[in-house]
Design a binder for this molecule. Structure first.
Ligand SMILES: Nc1ncnc2c1ncn2[C@@H]1O[C@H](COP(=O)(O)OP(=O)(O)O)[C@@H](O)[C@H]1O
Ligand SMILES: [Mg+2]
Length: 355
């Protein structure tokens, strides 16, 4: 178990700045996820922590030891890669044993530790197989076993599931989370998949353009996105132009007492699709709009509808009851937008949360 701290880390490639002063404090034993779109700097940050490339500025700490200048093999971190990176000419057993042999661990101990680790990742019976005889999911289990068997203080994983099909991804992410808990190992996990990040993490850092936009628990990130980037990247959100005028707020065709204090002018209101309700409700607690259904899609548990209400375009996720699934394009419906479920942001490119 180890606490990991990153202080003011910067990294450029030529004149392109990939990391713009990242600082993170990762508690001992946490499952910590770097989440962001492709190109936002996740791999760059992970490789700096692993020691695969040097940062331009800043420091990296594991407990009270600064590791930012140490060579990779002395950092006591294990790494799992997106493309598995198993050695094709070595058996499953030898792949997992590799790091132990490098560290000159006695043969009997290697046999015991590798055997145990292969059982943990459910590959015991496949110890003699070669990588080409394994499925993608099994190869990634080899990658995981190989990283864990050296008992690193920190486990780094760079999009370990993105080459697997959807069902296996969900299965393996659960296994990874269970293993991480069992080992209690501080884990820094990279993904561009927001659902995956919410599902497995103790804490998530949302990244965009080399900047940490918000760090929080999955619930904090989802329910109180710090800015408009996070609000639209994590889950989906309706985005509604609104305006403050005196102590009133004009939003979605309604004028309500402004629930926050702000200078007169435009702001952005957001509300999650699953918060919209079919039918009109109490105007004291909800804004009611009448709209025309653009599309209605039954997607299992829920029905997604897109609707136009004047110049508003909204998406609603409704419980798929008989009334909702009967809706089709062109139908007129009332929907309610509960006031308590709105969030308000500054009306700028990546506006910050106001309330
Ligand atoms: N070796 C490199 N040389 C130049 N630019 C790079 C290099 N590696 C990454 N980049 C750029 O830095 C940015 C961040 O890359 P990366 O950390 O791989 O993002 P992510 O893992 O979030 O997709 C991207 O715009 C990428 O094109
Ligand atoms: Mg990457």
């Amino acid at each position: 178990m180890a606490r990991v701290r990153i202080l003011d880390l910067k990294k450029s490639y030529g004149d392109f700045t990939a990391l713009k002063s990242i600082s993170l404090d990762i508690p001992s034993g946490a499952f910590f996820t770097l989440l962001g779109p492709s190109g936002c700097g996740k791999t760059t940050l992970l490789r700096a922590i692993a020691g695969f490339h040097a940062q331009d500025a800043g420091s990296i700490w594991v407990d009270d030891v600064s590791i930012g200048e140490k060579p990779a093999h002395l950092r006591d971190v294990g790494m799992v890669f997106q493309d598995y990176a198993v050695f094709p000419h070595l058996s499953v057993f030898d792949n997992v044993a590799f790091g132990l042999r490098q560290r000159k661990v006695p043969t009997a101990e290697i046999r015991a530790r590798v055997g145990k680790m292969l059982d943990v990742v459910q590959l015991g019976p496949l110890a003699k197989r070669m990588p080409h005889q394994l499925s993608g999911g099994q190869q990634q289990r080899v990658g995981l076993a190989r990283a864990l068997v050296i008992r690193p203080k920190v486990l780094l994983m760079d999009e370990p599931l993105s080459n697997l099909d959807a069902k296996l991804r969900v299965e393996l992410r659960r296994d990874i989370r269970d293993l991480q808990r069992e080992f209690g190992i501080t884990t820094i996990y990279v993904t561009h998949d927001q659902e995956e990040a919410l599902a497995v993490s103790d804490q998530v850092c949302v990244m965009h353009q080399g900047i940490a936009q918000q760090v929080g628990t999955p619930w904090e990130i989802y329910s109180r996105a710090a800015n408009l980037f996070v609000a639209s990247f994590v889950g989906s959100n309706n985005r509604i132009k609104a305006a403050v005028s005196g102590d009133r707020l004009e939003v979605a065709g309604a004028s309500i007492p402004c629930p926050f204090s702000h200078a007169a002018g435009p702001v952005v209101a957001t509300i999650r699709p699953e918060k919209l309700r079919l039918g009109a409700t109490d105007p004291a607690t909800s804004i009611c709009v009448r709209g025309r259904v653009r599309h209605a899609m039954f997607i299992g548990r829920e029905l997604e509808i897109g609707l136009d209400a004047g110049d508003l375009s909204l998406t609603a996720l409704l419980a798929a009851d008989a009334r909702a699934v009967g809706l089709g394009p062109g139908d007129e419906v009332d929907v309610s937008l509960p006031l308590a479920d709105f969030a308000f942001y500054e009306d700028t490119e990546n506006g910050s949360l106001i309330a």
